[in-house]
Design a protein around this ligand. Sequence first.
Ligand SMILES: CCCCCCCCCCCCC/C=C/C(=O)SCCNC(=O)CCNC(=O)[C@H](O)C(C)(C)COP(=O)(O)OP(=O)(O)OC[C@H]1O[C@@H](n2cnc3c(N)ncnc32)[C@H](O)[C@@H]1OP(=O)(O)O
Length: 244
Amino acid sequence: METCKLEKRGKIFILTLTGEDEHRLNPIRIDAIRSALNQIRSDSSSLSGSVLITTAQGKFFSNGYDLAWAGSSPDKIRLMSSKLGDLVADLLSFPMPTIAAITGHACAAGMIFALCHDYIVMKKDRGFLYMSEMDIGLKIPAWFITVISCKIGDARVRRDVVLRARKLTAKQAVESEIIDAAFETVEETAKGAVELGEELVKKGWNGQVYSENRKELYKKILDKLGDDETTDDVNNVAIATSKM
Ligand SMILES: CCCCCCCCCCCCC/C=C/C(=O)SCCNC(=O)CCNC(=O)[C@H](O)C(C)(C)COP(=O)(O)OP(=O)(O)OC[C@H]1O[C@@H](n2cnc3c(N)ncnc32)[C@H](O)[C@@H]1OP(=O)(O)O
């Protein structure tokens, strides 16, 4: 089953999560995304002056971890979590600017995936940025909190996102300085992402230098990725998911 597709428009690579499903982040989808990122890295034209846009079909950018797939298996939960960590490490070391073009909901791990892009543009009328963990009784991994701390500057907004499970619309996310722009339609969101991409392509930046500078900027996230959650954390997730 195709879970994502990769297109190239000039120096812009467009990675689309395909299908009308919730684009839940299970190992199969994460592996497919990482494989597409590796394909871009192996394209010699990507070494400088390139940009990645990540977007999705349907009403979900990503509704988070695939808890149904993981069920109450601690091993599956660990696998899903460590693979997302690998994907985030890929994004933070990617040799070009990255843009998430969100035309639907980005929840929990799906919101973390979006936040790990350098820029975010989003559609106004449908789609939330939503850390749902308080609402579903799950402890948020420490490294998720590090991402939120690095990407959301306002302490009250961080509190609302984490401790109130606030659902932020695109307009609210612009006001909270979490995302860069909000657009009326899917088409305008895609156009806005490409226009931002073309502006960045014109800079002609060296991809390796971009990667090194981003890794330094988000060193706290990369360092935290290595921290294993405790067995209790995993078991608590397993218990919580078994009750869902
Ligand atoms: C190596 C060691 C490892 C150790 C491992 C340790 C543990 C690792 C695991 C850790 C687990 C903890 C972290 C968890 C991460 C996860 O990802 S868990 C999974 C989380 N996912 C979720 O909880 C799913 C959340 N999603 C939802 O609740 C819903 O899908 C939704 C986002 C709320 C959307 O609801 P839905 O009904 O599906 O969609 P809509 O119909 O589109 O919207 C609902 C109503 O909202 C209105 N609306 C939508 N967008 C907007 C908008 N932008 N503006 C205004 N209104 C909007 C929409 O119109 C609907 O309104 P009504 O029609 O009135 O209902």
